[in-house]
Design a protein around this ligand. Sequence first.
Ligand code: GUN
Length: 283
Amino acid sequence: MTAKIIDGKSIAQEVRAEWKLRADALKARGITPGLAVIIVGEDAASKVYVANKVKACADLGLHSVHIALPADTSEAALLTKIAELNADPKIHGLLVQLPVPKHIDSSKVLDAISPDKDVDGFHPLNVGALATGNMRFAPCTPFGALTLLQKSGVSIEGKHAVVIGRSNIVGKPMALLLLQHNATVTICTSKTSDLAKHTRDADILVVATGKPKMITGDMIKPGAAVIDVGINRMENGKLCGDIDYDSVKEVAGWITPVPGGVGPMTITMLVANTIQSAERAAC
Ligand code: GUN
């Protein structure tokens, strides 16, 4: 079997076009959805992510504010900036790019963002809302991975989904979203003993370990949908995911490439969450 390739770029475009209609409807009522992105410090990868978030807003005609603060910004100064944006009616979505420098307590930062503007879905209230089935903002990367499955016609209800990774940004919310869609969910980590025993039983496998090519074709159930959230730079400068694409694609039913799979969806869902937040504020 050769897997169907899930084209994240084209699905992201399709989803963005759907959300642009909703943004345009708001704009026709005089409300332009607005996103504020704060970055602290000089992390090169974070700078690229933030620039892409701001560009996605511009592409859809949204208002955006990009605040770049120096690495030695105090925690108090960052919290003051967040409070200012919480109170700004032109801003419907607010995020602080992670990681923040070590002298800043990231949980204080996440707690300070208004839950009503928390388009990352990282505030404890929104994490709790997702866990109790009252989701308000789904974290963007798992929301994007879920959307890829849905748009590709992969059925989720009643299926065994295995998530490898237990981060707050991907693994845990991914598992909750799949559970919410009536999958039977197993959460593993890269340290799970006999990991292959679990992965070979997965109808849906989502991999977010940060370990290049750790999941190989012999670990896959034939016909499974395999979503690769990893993005790793190899010695030759090329990007690869957490699955070994060449061997997995021979066994899986669906597969996401890296790049061009989950990546384009993350920012799309951020834009979607921002528009949805503006819709709620407009009610
Ligand atoms: N760093 C890596 N991924 C993310 C994300 O989705 N949101 C934020 N705020 N920071 C990140």
